[in-house]
Design a protein. Structure first.
Ligand code: SF4
Length: 282
C-alpha cells in the first residue's frame, strides 16, 4: 500500500516553471541570493513531504555500531554494509572486543564491503582509540570524533546527527551532486559545500535535509540518468532536462521503494513505505 502512495506522490511531478527553476527564459535576470535561499528552503520543505520517512540507511542499535557501519560504507552500498554488520556485531559487540579482534578474522567478516584490509585497520585503530581515550564510548563532539583514526567530517556528522541528535550536514557524493544541480553552490570540495549550505539551510534542519537530499539522489536524481520526468521538484530545479523527461520512461528509472524494489535497511523504521532489504543469501 505505502509503496503505491509513495510512487504516486513522485510521479505527480509538477510542470517546470520559469521562476526559480525549470527552463529559463532567454535573457532572464540572474537569481538573487535571497531568491536562491527561499528556493533552497522550499526544496527542503517539498522533499520533506515526499520523503516523510527519510532516515539513515545504515542499520544500527547504538553509536558504536553506526560509527563502524559508516566506516564500512566507503566505496560500497549501505545494503552491502547492512548485510555484513549483523555477523560483525555478533562477534565484536563493543570497542574493547573489536580492538582485541584477530585481524584476519575481522578482515574475513567485513570482506563483502570491499577494501577490507584498510577498513579492518581503521576499525582496529578507532576501537583501540575509543577504548584507550574515551572509556569505550563514542564521543559526542565533532573535534573528538575527527581525532579518531579513519574518521572524517562526513562520518562524524553521520554519527553526531543520527546517534546523538547534533545537527550536521553530511556531504557525500549524492549531496554534492544535487546541491550543485540545484545551483545552491558551485563548490566541489565537500568542506566548502558544507560551509555554503550551512549558510542557506537552518541548523535545526541540517540532519534531515541531508537525509532528504541523499534519498532524492538515490531514488530519482541519479548521477548518470536523473529521472526528471518523475521528479516532484522540477519547478524548483534549474537542471530540469538533464535527465529523462518522458514520465513513463522516467518512472522506470526509479529505485528502491519508489520503483517498488526493496530498500537498503534490513531493519527499516516503522513508517518506511517499502519492503525491507533481504538478509545475505536470501
Ligand atoms: S531529477 Fe531532474 S528535475 Fe529533479 S532534481 Fe534532479 S535534475 Fe532536477
Amino acid at each position: 500500500m505505502g509503496e503505491q502512495v509513495s510512487a504516486e506522490r513522485v510521479t505527480q511531478a509538477k510542470p517546470p516553471k520559469t521562476a526559480g527553476g525549470g527552463k529559463k527564459k532567454t535573457g532572464s535576470r540572474p537569481e538573487t541570493r535571497l531568491a536562491m535561499v527561499r528556493r533552497a528552503r522550499r526544496i527542503n520543505r517539498e522533499l520533506a513531504e515526499v520523503y516523510y520517512y527519510a532516515h539513515p540507511e545504515l542499520d544500527f542499535d547504538n553509536p558504536f555500531q553506526l560509527l563502524v557501519a559508516t566506516v564500512l560504507s566507503a566505496q560500497t552500498t549501505d545494503l552491502r554494509v547492512n548485510q555484513t554488520t549483523p555477523a560483525l556485531f555478533a562477534a565484536y559487540p563493543t570497542p574493547e572486543e573489536m580492538a582485541a579482534a584477530d585481524p584476519e578474522r575481522l578482515e574475513e567478516l567485513i570482506r563483502p564491503t570491499g577494501f577490507f584490509r584498510n577498513k579492518a585497520k581503521s576499525l582496529l585503530g578507532l576501537s583501540a582509540a575509543l577504548r584507550d581515550r574515551f572509556g569505550g564510548e563514542v564521543p559526542d563532539s565533532l573535534e573528538d570524533m575527527v581525532s579518531l583514526p579513519g574518521v572524517g567530517r562526513k562520518t562524524a556528522h553521520v554519527v553526531l546527527g543520527n546517534a546523538f541528535g547534533r545537527p550536521g550536514l553530511t556531504v557525500d557524493t549524492h549531496f554534492g551532486r544535487l546541491v550543485r544541480r540545484w545551483r545552491l553552490t558551485e563548490q566541489t570540495d565537500p568542506e566548502k559545500v558544507e560551509a555554503e549550505i550551512a549558510g542557506i539551510i537552518p541548523r535545526s534542519e541540517w540532519t534531515m535535509f541531508s537525509h532528504r537530499v541523499v534519498f532524492h539522489g538515490r531514488r530519482i536524481c541519479h548521477s548518470r540518468k536523473p529521472a526528471c520526468g518523475a521528479c516532484p521538484i522540477t519547478h524548483l530545479c534549474p537542471s530540469y532536462g538533464e535527465g529523462e523527461t518522458d514520465p513513463e520512461k522516467a518512472k522506470k528509472l526509479l529505485k528502491y521503494e519508489m520503483g517498488g524494489l526493496p530498500g537498503q535497511r534490513l531493519k527499516p523504521p516503522a513508517d518506511y513505505p517499502g519492503q525491507p532489504a533481504p538478509p545475505p543469501g536470501a
